[in-house]
Design a protein. Structure first.
Length: 173
């Protein structure tokens, strides 16, 4: 059984995850429009992962007998001036999400809500991974500035990212 406050906080996080999905879908479509299909693939996988994150939180509320209340998704930016700008925004956004996840963890801890603390552990680890992978791409972009073939190679590299079902959903559906 969750407190109303905890259930509301998780509902808010579902909206943020869905907004994140919409943001990355927009980045994916922007990259497609620029003919960067590998970059578009990377953001499309990111789009799918964010939907999974929302689904994990929804499954958790359902399992706890709480109602999921879907809220409107706010509009997202449609175009980025450069790849650096898109990935810098991605890192900034993920850092914000990390802070929200930590806020949820703090609240769960204060309420002695052990089930929610346990559920959030996967997200805490996931955020470390997300920030690291985006940070790595930003570093690559920085190093390849001035290299003519760099963008071509990065686009080819990011085309290889594949989607896999996150472990909390692996047996759920
Ligand atoms: Fe759902 Fe990218 O954090």
């Amino acid at each position: 059984m969750l407190s109303d406050k905890m259930a509301q906080a998780i509902n808010n996080q579902i909206n943020r995850e869905l907004w994140s999905a919409y943001l990355y879908l927009s980045m994916s479509m922007d990259a497609e429009a620029e003919g960067l299909r590998g970059i578009a693939n990377w953001f499309y996988v990111q789009f799918r992962e964010e939907q999974d994150h929302a689904r994990i939180f929804m499954n958790y509320l359902n399992a706890q007998g709480c109602r999921v209340t879907l809220q409107p998704i706010e509009p997202v930016q449609q175009h980025w001036e450069s790849l650096q700008a898109a990935f810098a925004d991605t890192l900034k956004h993920e850092q914000k999400v990390t802070a929200f996840i930590h806020e949820l963890a703090k609240q769960a801890e204060a309420e002695h809500d052990y089930a929610t603390q346990n559920m959030l552990r996967w997200f805490i680890d996931e955020q470390v991974e997300e920030e690291q992978s985006v940070g790595d791409i930003l570093n690559t972009l920085r190093h390849m500035a001035g290299l003519g073939q760099g963008l071509y190679l990065l686009d080819k590299d990011l085309a290889t990212r594949t989607y896999s079902v996150p472990s909390p959903l692996a047996t759920a559906e």
